[in-house]
Design a protein around this ligand. Structure first.
Ligand code: CTP
Ligand code: CA
Length: 216
């Protein structure tokens, strides 16, 4: 079997993050982690050393991959920075954009007025932080974008805003989030390429092969 990613370190984020409100409640989202886990496994299958930084999912750690489990966006950023340097960074995680400003140590009582509003603060943008690093910036930084409309224009704008090299845009107008299949538009500086709707494992293999050609 050919291993075009042998000697390369690929760093992947996957799954949702969980932002505590109190000891029993949190803010999160419906990300299953399936696409990120499949990408980590596909890169390992091509010979890469892979670090997967994963938020809470129901999935089994992929074989041949170092999986670091985290909960919050801030923990995810720490784990990613700790895992550098890497040749490739792929931000697949659905990071919660906001977190409660002051998580309570004690369980909040819902009958209290204190729970009628929940002050939030912005989480760090992991993709943007890694894309814009002065030192140890991975040579290829790939972000994901979930969009329901104007997919290409929004993906291009997101690529510029985040400072990453590629955006893998998902059309989430169907059942993609948590579903088994993905319809993808790959947006690079020069091109954009529509990939047929396919199982997430197939999308992952295609992306891993595309990465291998870009690094070759
Ligand atoms: N991302 C990240 N850290 C964040 C938010 C997003 O690393 N705090 C990454 C995701 O992993 C993904 C990309 O940024 O690779 C795009 O995330 P998305 O939520 O679609 O973009 P946003 O910039 O948050 O814009 P919006 O939610 O408004 O579409
Ligand atoms: Ca977001």
């Amino acid at each position: 079997m050919s291993e075009p990613l042998a000697g390369r370190h690929v760093l992947v984020t996957a799954g949702p993050t969980r932002e505590p409100i109190d000891p029993v409640r949190f803010i999160s989202n419906h990300s299953s982690g399936k696409q990120g886990y499949a990408i980590a496994a596909a890169c390992a299958a091509l010979g890469a050393r892979v670090t997967l930084v994963a938020g809470p999912t129901a999935l089994t750690d992929p074989d041949g991959v170092v999986t670091v489990h985290v909960e919050t966006a801030r923990d995810m950023l720490d784990a990613v920075e700790t895992a550098l340097p890497a040749d490739v960074f792929i931000a697949v995680a659905a990071v919660a954009d906001w977190r409660p400003a002051q998580p309570s140590d004690r369980k909040l009582k819902l009958d209290k007025a204190s729970f009628s509003s929940l002050p939030l603060v912005e989480n760090p943008d992991i993709l943007k932080t890694i894309s814009r690093r002065d030192t140890d910036r991975p040579g290829l930084v790939i972000g994901f974008a979930a969009e329901t409309h104007d997919v290409e224009a929004l993906a291009r704008a997101k690529r510029e805003r985040k400072g990453c090299d590629w955006i893998v845009a998902n059309d989430v107008s169907g059942d993609v989030m948590g579903g088994a299949e993905n319809a993808v538009l790959l947006v690079t500086a020069e091109t954009s390429e529509a990939w047929e709707r396919a199982p997430k494992g197939v999308v992952a293999e295609k992306l891993a092969n595309r990465i291998a050609s870009a690094l070759a």
